[in-house]
Write a protein that binds this ligand. Structure first.
Ligand code: MSP
Length: 662
């Protein structure tokens, strides 16, 4: 099939509820699936559950039920999480599905018929946790070299797959296909592993020891080794879980995403099994790193296992998707901490992205009656073209990064455009243009460039933050289907016919307090400190503008989170009047970037009204409105002084009005 993309996640053991590690791979796979659909590929995205084997049997016994009941109980925990995380899988496989079991038996029979499976008495060191045998030379001080748990000596008659026969072919394949195992460091690891003689693989377990598995077609007293059963899922799913008329054509898979701990099973066991069955190998296997939590290994015994449901409840699905892929390069280990999460949420999602969307839509509402105007080419300047260039090439840049599984770089590129667009607003100052009717053509050009930028951003964001992209799409009045293959036909810059009005709506990422509990149990729903994003007009005001600023000497220390709640902005004083019957209060009209505000300030003893007009100052833009001598004040000016005002805060550079001050 031309242009197919088949992406898989590992199938997860149902011995416990899903955690951040499961969510990580699944989100990454979802981004790849959505991006390839956008680019016009026929996509099959597979995830699912590994339901057989000792771990599951033991977990069921612990839960006091039979293994199938246990699997049926846990299955919804995974499925519902994928719904919550907006995962767009095309197939969800369970290894207890009847069809899968048939395919596993067929594969085993094929290998058996080819003489690639034999029966032998075997004595080896068995690790129950990893469900595998180790040889004498692998075991160190009686411990499993993988999980460091004690191993026991087990003698069994088992069936073996002649894996050793394929050692040279596999080595050669890895060497001649540089993209087969990624990243490079992992590729080298596998090549290193293949330096030692490859042993044959035990692929059966006697039912007397483990009954929860798929019966071998050639020996009803044995079940298949859980990894053989599990790996075949990548093939079996294509037979019954895709509605595509030529689903078999999805093989070979484009990429198997796996964690670094299960690379050998994929790169060596699976590849050699495929060679034995004379099937092509997947195009690539990418092994990602592991998450620690606040610098520590994540484990049940430490009580620090991150529950994805809790994080989503606290910050929302898209913030979770964003953080996991933005924080750490995909192939590397990374650390999860609520502090880092909160920092990125506030800075990149609430301030940068949320702010860009809300101020652009607010200006389209205020200055263009909610309609996206046509630009006036006569008024275009270099700055506009820079923005256009950055926006219209974004998808290609993302494609290049995703081709190398560099999710963090793709998100960095998106954020770069967001920041550029925010600077564009600051530099073009549409609120100033709006005051002069002669500048309407330029204003229209600026608003058009911003709307087009949001249109391209919406597209680029859709694989990563699908919910946010849907909201942006609706607010911009766009009619596109991100799940369909629209990118090849996506209108180029300037070619989209805007006909629908835009709507501003609520903040996309309302500011949040830092959840007070630890990372593994975030508070269910932190109280937003303010539902306002930067520049949102709404109800920002002041109750303290008549009081000179206090010194900090007598105030308690505050954290950066507290300080970040204060929204400071560069503003320009437009008009000033004295408040009747007050010696010190002045009524200022100030331009804060997106709107005009009235602020009542206690600076009338220091300044005469006429000396203030035109000055650039700094204001607190998110104080609640208050009345001072019956006059509404919607902010506070910053000034030096204690009892008496000594001087207004000024900027040493020429900074655009509306710029935030941090
Ligand atoms: N059932 C097998 C996979 C069979 S695939 C044919 C399995 N399941 S698992 O549930 O134990 O692990 C699934 C995935 O979770 C693995 O890719 C593993 O790397 C990943 N993670 C487990 N803990 C993790 C972190 N702390 N961080 C990131 N991923 C982690 O193995």
């Amino acid at each position: 099939m031309p242009n197919t993309f088949y992406v898989t996640t590992p199938i997860y053991y149902v011995n416990d509820v899903p955690h951040i590690g499961h969510a990580y791979t699944t989100i990454a796979a979802d981004v790849l699936a959505r991006f390839h659909r956008l680019r016009g590929y026929d996509v099959f995205f597979l995830t699912g559950l590994d339901e057989h084997g000792q771990k599951v049997q033991q977990a069921a016994a612990k839960a006091g039920c039979d293994p199938q009941t246990h699997c049926d109980r846990l299955m919804p925990k995974f499925k519902n999480l994928w719904t919550q995380l907006n995962i767009s899988q095309d197939g969800f496989i369970r290894t207890t599905d009847a069809h899968h079991q048939t395919v596993v038996q067929r594969c085993l029979q094929t290998l058996f018929d080819k003489g690639l499976i034999y029966l032998a008495e075997y004595t080896g060191w068995y690790c129950t946790f990893d469900e595998r045998f180790w040889t004498e030379k692998d075991v160190e001080q009686g411990l499993c070299p993988d999980c460091r748990r004690p191993v026991e000596q087990v003698s069994e008659r088992n069936y073996f797959f002649r894996m050793s026969q394929f050692q040279d072919r596999l080595k050669n394949h890895i060497q001649t296909h540089p993209g087969f195992i990624q990243p490079d460091s992992r590729r080298n690891e596998v090549l290193g592993f293949l330096q030692k003689p490859l042993e044959d693989l035990s692929i059966s377990r006697p039912k007397s020891r483990l009954s929860w598995g798929i019966e071998l077609p050639f020996d009803r007293d044995c079940v298949a080794y859980v990894w053989v059963d599990a790996l075949v899922n990548y093939l079996s799913a294509l037979e019954y879980l895709s509605t595509h008329k030529n689903a078999a054509g999805f093989w070979p898979a484009s990429v198997h995403l796996v964690g670094k701990d299960i690379l050998t099973t994929h790169a060596v066991y699976w590849s050699t099994m495929l060679m034995g069955m004379e099937r092509p190998l997947p195009q690539s296997i990418f092994a990602h790193g592991w998450w620690t939590v606040d610098g520590e290994k994540m484990s049940k015994s430490r009580g620090n296992v991150i529950d994805p449901y809790a994080i989503v409840e606290a910050f929302g699905t898209d913030a979770f998707r964003y953080f996991l892929l933005r924080e750490v390069p995909f192939g590397q280990d990374g650390d999860f901490s609520l502090t880092a999460f909160h920092r990125r949420y506030q800075a990149e999602l609430a301030n940068d992205l949320g702010n860009l969307v809300s101020r652009t839509l607010a200006m389209l509402g205020n200055f263009s009656k909610h309609m996206i105007p046509r630009p006036d080419p006569q008024t275009e300047i270099e700055l506009d073209h820079q923005l256009q260039q950055a926006a219209s090439t974004l998808c290609e840049i993302i494609a290049a990064h995703l081709h190398r599984f560099e999710f963090h770089r793709a998100l960095e590129a998106i954020l770069g455009l967001v920041q550029l667009a925010n600077q564009y607003i600051d530099k073009t100052a549409p609120w100033v243009l709006a005051k002069d009717p002669a500048k309407t053509p330029r204003l229209q050009t600026v608003l058009f460039y911003l709307a087009e930028t949001l249109r391209f951003l919406t597209y680029a964001l859709s694989p990563f933050l699908p919910h946010t992209a849907e909201i942006m799409k609706t607010r911009l009045g766009l009619t596109v289907d991100f799940l369909a293959s629209t990118l090849p036909n996506y209108p180029a810059w300037g070619e989209y016919a805007y006909t629908n009005p835009v709507t501003k709506g609520e903040a996309l990422f309302p500011k949040k307090d830092m959840p007070s509990t630890n990372a593994s149990q975030p508070s269910p729903s932190p109280t937003p400190s303010s539902s306002l994003e930067k520049n949102e007009p709404a109800s920002v005001s002041s109750s303290q503008s008549s009081q000179p600023p206090m010194t900090t000497d007598d105030l308690p220390l505050i954290g950066i989170e507290e300080f970040q709640k204060v929204q400071l902005k560069v503003a320009k004083i437009l008009t000033v009047e004295r408040v009747p019957k007050s010696a010190k209060l002045l009524k200022l009209q100030v331009d804060i970037g997106t709107e005009q505000r009235q602020i009542v300030a206690g600076i009338g003893k220091k300044y005469a009204p006429e000396e203030l007009v035109g000055r650039t100052i700094v204001v607190v833009a998110n104080l609640k409105p208050a009345k001072l001598m019956g006059i509404e004040s919607q902010g506070m000016v910053l000034a030096a002084g204690d009892k008496d005002v000594l001087g207004l805060l000024a900027l040493s550079e020429d900074i655009p009005i509306g710029t935030k001050v941090k």
